[in-house]
Design a protein around this ligand. Structure first.
Ligand code: AGP
Length: 606
């Protein structure tokens, strides 16, 4: 999704901005642009498509200026084209923006009446004209304050001015924004990851704040313009050099990395000597918690749903799950003895952040399961459980999904034993099994051989279904989401037992259907549901685990076997063939696997 870079320096900044924009590419975007200020002139270069295309523009090579802003855009208002790409500029002001200005239509009307001429279809352009208008009568700071007060919605902004040769203004409401400190230069960035190659000294703007960045000084202000003191944080996690290595795509690499990332995470949370789980500094007494709400979006929501099944199996806690975009606008009954858990790989998802913020404002117990520990969701949660899986570049979440499930499962077991819901021996056995999980994931990754061949049937299909019951149901949802987002094939995840209540009507001759039926408590029931779809012509790909018992069912098109483990852990193993199925289906179609169309890695608008 959109990303912002700003640099105030004593040397030319355009190539450093281009390099930093590259760090933001993984978020998903459709156009890019840069503006610098040199000799009292605002220079602007923009292009549709990748940062590479922008860099090839001849004008970039000659772009002077030691003050500049850059942007990668993920279209919200107006088509993804060069005209709508950021920055947007008047003669006096140039602006880059993440977020959505909800009252832009009204503001635009008012500004047009005042004689302003708009060039793009974006909501962002109203910001340019508002500042330009207010600068006619106010000083810079007051013009900014007055502009920000007019805007409804969410924004992170980077602004440069024709008449201010030494500064960049940054402002934040809703969308994240960070400031970085360097030697004879300072930076603005929509996340700290983009700044990590330049500095590890960072401050974050809070909602409603703005800042003025010069090469040797940064000042922060609240919405009324009063000075705010900021802590400078030193990032512990260094910039990781993360490339594809010998893999064709980051997604392929991230799938193969899973045994290692799971092992790393287990090492962080499990004491190998006494086989106990360490969750240090948990801020609440266990007796203060009698229920749990898990909140996330997309894949992260699926890991929440998975955790609900584990919580119910291993604890007596009441559990609900919620999609963040729904939770944030509902009339929730906030409960003091409820633990609210927010799951997010990026830690920047706008809806998940808004749900967290709502809970914080109601003084609730908030905990987040995140990958990016410097993210907004991590910073604003009262307790963090990192998933320790390293940066994930592929837009389709794979190793982070596994990491989220793992950390949630670890939390389930810990709460289960602390509440005495789980018997000690059972707890120890479950930990023993958990320690073997990375090995089983590795073996499942190695043993899979049919997936590539069967994927053609999905590539060419009009539609497909993914069915599962119990622990396998959230995984069915996740398998369907992966196929949709990567291979652009309609796929529906469904509880197998629900088919006869409507979706069975969709089944027609040759339709590919994935049935997840591991040998758990639901096995026989799922196999019966599988027969019902086979009887109606479905081409069933059965995914189950290895067992000495035969599969008593006829007319199964293909069977894929994963390794065996206890019922709780089977979902991890079932996930592997589904990730690969989506990967190979997209590969066959030649799609952009790491950056699927219309999607973004970090969804910073609601
Ligand atoms: C996963 O494959 C998706 N790209 C998407 O559903 C993602 O999980 C969702 O946008 C939430 O992102 P987050 O984990 O960064 O909050």
């Amino acid at each position: 999704m959109c990303g912002i870079i700003g640099i105030a320096s004593n040397k030319a900044v355009s190539s450093a901005i281009i390099n930093s924009l590259r760090k933001l590419e993984y978020r998903g975007y459709d156009s890019a642009g840069i503006a610098t200020l040199s000799n009292g002139i605002l220079n602007e270069v923009k292009s549709k498509g990748r940062v590479d295309t922008l860099e090839k523009n001849i004008a970039i090579k000659n772009m002077l200026g030691s003050i500049g802003i850059g942007h990668v855009r993920w279209a919200t208002h107006g088509a993804p084209n060069t005209l709508n790409a950021h920055p947007h500029s008047s003669d006096n002001v140039s602006v880059v923006h993440n977020g959505i200005i909800e009252n832009s239509t009204l503001l635009k009307k008012h500004l047009i009446n005042k004689g302003h001429i708009f060039k793009s279809q974006t909501d962002t352009e109203v910001i340019v004209h508002l500042i330009t208008e207010y600068l006619k009568e106010l000083n810079l700071k007051d013009a900014i304050i007055k502009t920000l007060k007019q805007l409804h919605g969410s924004f992170a902004l980077g602004i440069i001015f024709k008449d201010q040769p030494n500064l960049i203004v940054g402002a934040r409401r809703g969308s994240p924004l960070a400031v970085g400190y360097g030697l004879n230069e300072n930076y603005l960035g929509s996340d700290s990851y983009a700044l990590k190659s330049m500095t590890n000294k960072i401050s974050y703007l809070n909602d409603g704040e703005f800042c003025i960045i010069k090469k040797d000084q940064v000042d922060f202000f609240d919405e009324e313009g009063l000075k705010v003191n900021k802590k400078v944080l030193e990032l512990t996690s260094k910039e990781q050099d993360y490339d594809k290595g010998d893999f064709k795509h980051f997604m392929a690499k991230e799938i193969e990395e899973q045994p290692t990332t799971l092992k790393n995470c287990i090492n962080e949370y499990i004491n190998v000597i006494n086989n106990d789980i360490n969750i240090n500094n948990f801020p609440w007494n266990i007796k203060e918690i009698s229920s749990v709400t898990l909140i996330g979006c997309g894949t992260a929501y699926h890991s929440c749903l998975m955790a609900k099944y584990w919580f119910e199996e291993n604890t007596t806690l009441d559990v609900t799950t919620d999609i963040a975009s729904e939770f944030r606008y509902r009339k929730n009954r906030f409960k003091d003895d409820n633990l609210y858990i927010f799951v997010s790989q990026s830690g920047e998802t706008a809806d998940t952040y808004a749900a967290l913020d709502l809970c914080n404002k109601n003084n609730m117990k908030t905990c987040s399961v995140v990958n990016v520990i410097e993210s907004s969701i991590a910073r604003d949660s009262k307790f963090i459980l990192p998933i320790h899986c390293g940066i994930e570049i592929g837009v389709a979440s794979t190793k982070a999904f596994m990491g989220q499930m793992l950390v949630l499962y670890i939390l389930v077991l810990k709460l289960g034993i602390l509440r005495k819901d789980l018997d000690k021996d059972l707890y120890l056995n479950k930990i023993k099994d958990l320690k073997v999980l990375p090995k089983l994931v590795e073996q499942t990754l190695l043993s899979e051989s049919k997936i590539q061949a069967v994927s053609s049937s999905f590539t060419d299909a009009k539609g497909s279904m993914f069915l599962g019951r119990g622990f396998s149901y959230p995984i069915a949802l996740e398998g369907a989401l992966k196929l949709k987002e990567l291979a652009y094939v309609h796929a529906e995840g469904y509880p197998a037992g629900e088919m006869k209540h409507g979706p069975l009507a969709l089944i027609e001759d040759g339709m590919p259907v994935v049935v997840l039926a591991p040998r758990d408590n639901y096995y026989k029931k799922t196999i019966s549901n599988m027969q019902e779809v086979i009887a109606r012509g479905a081409k069933v790909l059965l995914i189950t685990n290895k067992s000495k018992d035969e599969i008593f069912s006829e007319n199964i098109w293909e069977t894929i076997l994963v390794e065996s483990t206890n019922d709780d852990l089977l979902p991890f193993l079932l996930t592997i063939p589904l990730q690969k199925l989506a990967y190979y289906s997209a590969l066959k179609k030649g799609y952009d696997i790491d950056k699927p169309r219309n999607l973004a890695k970090s969804v910073t608008v609601e």
